[in-house]
Design a protein around this ligand. Sequence first.
Ligand code: KG4
Ligand code: ZN
Length: 339
Amino acid sequence: MKVLGIETSCDETGIAVYDSVSGELSQRLYSQVEKHREYGGVVPEIASRDHVARAAPLVTDILQEIGAIGDIDAIAYTRGPGLIGALMVGANLARGLAWAMQRPLLGVHHMEGHLLAPLMATEKPDFPFVALLVSGGHTLLVDARAIGDYRILGETLDDAVGEAFDKTAKLLGLPYPGGPQLAALADQVASSRFDFPRPMTNRPGLEFSFSGLKTAALVLVQNETPLDDSTRSEIAYAFQRAVVDTLRIKCERALEATGYADLVIAGGVGANRLLRAELKRACEARGARAWFPALEYCTDNGAMIAYAGAQRLAAGQVDEAVHDVLPRWSLESLPALQG
Ligand code: KG4
Ligand code: ZN
């Protein structure tokens, strides 16, 4: 079964075709990051307009590569959560294609796409597992029992972890989105004379809060200004350490609470090298295993949407003909697959 996936929830236009029989994947990814950089963050109107310009040509391109367009069995698109205008571009394109090609249409939850991305690999974890979803807009710990059967164990009370990375990176003078560049800066030193708190780790619970860490970074940057290169690196190092320690502690608690032996990490921040190394080590130390998607499937992409759509199609789920995008949409409200 071949599913065309369309992702336009934020600032990446991701188009992919996933073949559930061969596991083969073709994809196109266009990042708008350069267009938003001068504004220091994603500008929704620019995002929508750019998706309009890019999405349809990328679909044409990928369908030409596939050859037989008639081989596409269904169209999956990101229905939410995300920027409403950006979502509508992908949804309308998907709807038009589904109608013209007379194929079923599947509205996919963006975070389910992230959560299932590690399952695209040949070696993959079985359900149930704990999922840590860490992106620019979300920080969630999920008890994933089956596809569609998710319980949120904890989430952020304020900023998402990617957002905290990006805001702190901005304080250090790094261009948007600064998360990966802050990580690269941190890697330039082996220690730091600074230390940040590990928020909400000294009391029980699986909630997160990253806004205090961002404020601590602001105060430190102000105190240390003008910043020399090594001070910038040491602040980045201490910040990254504090975030990674906090995420690790909560993941350990979630594994403890559920009794599960598998931890799946997904979302853009899942590309962070220190996070990957620390979670791998922490899992091994307790006889558990950490699973990560390939780096290219950590950040937003069409493949994860095509994959999630294929799973739902295989289980017989087809959405209603009437579609609306859902800028806010709880992962817990999804229908579980009947297998
Ligand atoms: O999942 P994603 O591509 O988009 C959203 O759905 O938000 O995640 C993007 C986020 C950004 O905040 C970006 O700075 C962060 O992931 N990110 C990283 C790294 N790579 C991406 N943060 C820290 N270290 C990285 N290596
Ligand atoms: Zn995402």
